[in-house]
Design a protein around this ligand. Structure first.
Ligand code: ATP
Ligand code: MG
Length: 653
């Protein structure tokens, strides 16, 4: 018998695109047919949206799988594509970045400003001895210089590795060592939760520990006091004094662009290597297609941090290659108050918003009345990325943010895929709440069972990618064997993503969470996502995480950790009653097999610094084990709270 995942939930709601958006969409239904007829020709056409210094000889070399080469022999400069060519086209005065600091200070960066800054930074890095192929670490707050630093590296062919500004000395030092970097670009600090938060001391310690770093370039953002070493140079004394002209040299299509470590939800992060031509082709095309970006009128805002792949592909490379005007925000969503995001949308008339389910669920928890206070009528496309979005969170997003008008694109992809792979197209797809729907034109995806057979509609199993794609990872930095073992060895000829998925009755794709998290209850493989979504569909619940814990009778039993919505009373008997109600609600929604053995009401869930739920830690708690790797955990006190609560809670019948 082949092993598959249960398909327990069903969803009948569907939202077709607004007529005017459909009529004027950048990409229409014919793109699927065009790509199906000739996939490589389709990608070659998308590559032509970029400026190449030398045309390629071959679209794809897949003669040595899983090591792909795209646009072989072609040459281009990424920074030229993201900056110079827009200025040359007469758009130098166009705003590239509306930057909003957390304290409310602002900056407007035009494409001409960006060209000057990137050229100056490229000249400075060159003066510091950085040459093509060298690695540069970037450890920065969300300020325009972070994007400038990335583009300056790309411009001179240096490989950047951005480390999220909230990571510890240890995390930074291990990444510096793994990437063998020689320069760090950082800042004194950045503003978070209403006060300056230092970055430089972490860099100082990491640099002292690794001994590899020759220079540290420091942006002055907060003005807070910093220690100074002979490796340190102020950005304003070097970059801002450097020559504002720099001639961009073209690099090979397969030249390394960046190494980015995965966010560490499932374990130790992996250094994912991306290269030049294919990566820019797919980030640029998907940004144009999935968000329907109209460069002349849209104001785009992606709320991710630049330290994650979403920030790389959909703040820097995708939007800038398309000449977009975007908002960049430094701080947290609740500073100075919980309306900050909606105030920013209102202020800049944001028309495309790209955020994460964790934020949407947090906003649900905070209450509908907050977004209701703002004018959000400028919004026309909403996006989601990072985790499965529960149908109720999707509906909340559409109602309270999109005001029942805007399409929502639920975009599935990974650090490894580099760009969006599975998503609705906002002018084409009648989207179902909670479904990423279908593979984009030119992308091959399937759901298979453990015998590598495609599951029929209505079935669940393993999500795989069936064809190489332009922005695919090229390897794990320094470890080709781990690259092969991790992604290409489970199913012959397919890339295995690590995620479970199902096809509904119409063949639409639903992501079901990590296969490592799947629960085996009385012989049924049950996905965490379906049980969590059933819990979130209860009006009292904002967020939920479920795990399978060893159980003497059922093998594993479902243990749920649930965050109630803000206005819900959970004291004493009310809490007991709610738990009972929730268990019955899940049983009614998904069937008795999915009824949780135990539900805990909690105030917070353990999340990675990118906001994803870390179920493996909850499993450790539910099974009374000591915790696994917690270095990517956002707030370590959360686990103490949850474990102490769990010990006093009694299991139910
Ligand atoms: P690590 O690989 O180190 O455990 P990670 O997988 O969390 O970390 P990322 O590359 O940032 O690191 O996340 C990619 C994963 O996020 C996907 O494999 C998937 O599990 C999840 N994901 C992203 N977007 C979606 C989405 N739209 N729907 C469902 N899941 C998503
Ligand atoms: Mg992963």
């Amino acid at each position: 018998m082949s092993e598959t995942l249960e398909n327990l939930s069903s969803e009948t709601r569907q939202f077709p695109p607004p007529a005017d958006l459909a009529a004027n969409a950048n990409v229409k239904a014919d793109a699927y047919e065009e790509a199906a007829a000739d996939r490589l020709a389709f990608w070659a056409k998308q590559a032509e949206r970029l400026a190449w210094a030398k045309p390629w000889d071959q679209i794809l070399d897949w003669s040595n799988p899983p090591f792909a080469k795209w646009f072989v022999g072609g040459e281009l400069n990424i920074a030229y594509n993201c900056v110079d060519r827009h200025v040359e086209a007469g758009n130098g005065d166009k705003v590239a970045i509306h930057w909003e600091g957390e304290p409310g200070d602002t900056r407007t960066v035009t494409y001409s400003d960006l060209l000057k800054l990137v050229s100056q930074a490229a000249n400075t890095l060159t003066d510091l001895g950085v040459t093509a192929g060298d690695r540069v670490m970037i450890y920065m707050p969300m300020i325009p210089e972070a994007a400038v630093a990335m583009l300056a590296c790309a411009r001179i062919g240096a490989t950047h590795s951005v480390v999220f500004g909230g990571f510890s000395v240890d995390a930074l030092a291990t990444r510096i060592d793994d990437a063998d970097a020689k320069v760090v670009i950082t800042a004194d600090g950045g503003y978070r939760r209403g006060k300056p938060s230092a970055l430089k001391p972490t860099v100082d310690e990491a640099v002292a520990r690794t001994g590899r770093i020759e220079h540290v370039l420091v942006v002055r953002r907060t003005g807070q006091e910093v220690e100074w070493t002979d490796k340190d140079k102020w950005w304003h004394e070097t970059v801002e004094q450097a020559s504002p002209t720099h001639e961009a040299q073209a690099f090979d299509s397969e030249h390394p662009l960046f190494i980015l470590y995965t966010s560490g939800t499932t374990g130790k992060p992996k250094g994912i290597l991306h290269t030049t031509g294919g990566y820019l082709t797919q980030t640029s095309y998907t940004h144009h297609a999935v968000f329907d970006l109209k460069a002349d009128t849209d104001v785009y805002w992606c709320t991710a941090d630049i330290g994650w792949v979403t920030g790389h592909s959909y703040i820097v490379y995708g939007p800038l290659s398309n000449g977009a005007t975007q908002v960049m925000y430094e701080g947290t969503p609740d500073t100075p108050d919980r309306g900050r995001f909606w105030q920013i949308v209102d202020k800049y008339k944001v028309s495309i918003l790209y955020t994460a389910p964790t934020l949407i669920r947090t906003m649900m928890k905070w209450g509908d009345d907050i977004p209701a206070k703002y004018d959000l009528s400028s919004l026309r496309v909403l996006g989601s990325v990072g985790e499965p979005i529960n149908p109720e969170a999707w509906i909340w997003y559409r109602e309270h943010v999109g005001r029942e008008r805007t399409p929502i694109v639920d975009t599935w992809w990974q650090t490894e895929t580099g760009a969006i792979m599975i998503s609705p197209l906002p002018g084409v797809t009648a989207a179902k709440p909670g479904s990423a729907m279908t593979a984009l034109p030119g992308i091959g995806a399937d759901v298979i069972d453990d015998q590598a057979q495609s599951v029929p509609n209505g079935g669940g199993g393993f999500l795989v990618l069936t064809e190489p794609w332009p922005s695919m990872l090229r390897t794990i930095w320094g470890d080709d064997q781990r690259f092969i073992d991790t992604y290409w060895s489970r199913f012959d000829g397919y890339y295995f993503a690590g995620d479970g998925a199902k096809k509904d009755a119409d063949g639409a794709l639903w992501l079901l969470g990590r296969v490592d998290d799947v629960m085996l209850v009385s012989g049924h493989n049950i996905s965490t996502t379906e049980v969590e979504s059933a819990l979130v569909s209860h009006p009292s619940v904002a967020e939920a995480a479920v795990v399978g814990a060893t159980d003497p009778t059922t093998g594993q039993a479902i243990v749920a950790f649930t965050i109630p919505r803000g206005n819900v009373d959970t004291a004493g008997d009310a809490g007991e009653a709610l738990i009972k109600d929730l268990r019955n609600h899940v049983a009614k929604t998904l069937g008795p097999i999915a009824k949780p053995r135990q539900i805990m009401l909690v105030a917070e869930l353990p999340k990675t610094r990118s906001g994803k739920i870390m179920r493996r830690l909850l499993r450790d708690v539910a099974e009374n084990r000591s915790l696994g790797d917690v270095t990517t955990l956002q707030d370590s006190t959360v686990m103490d709270l949850i474990s102490s609560g769990l010990k006093t809670a009694k299991p139910e019948d």
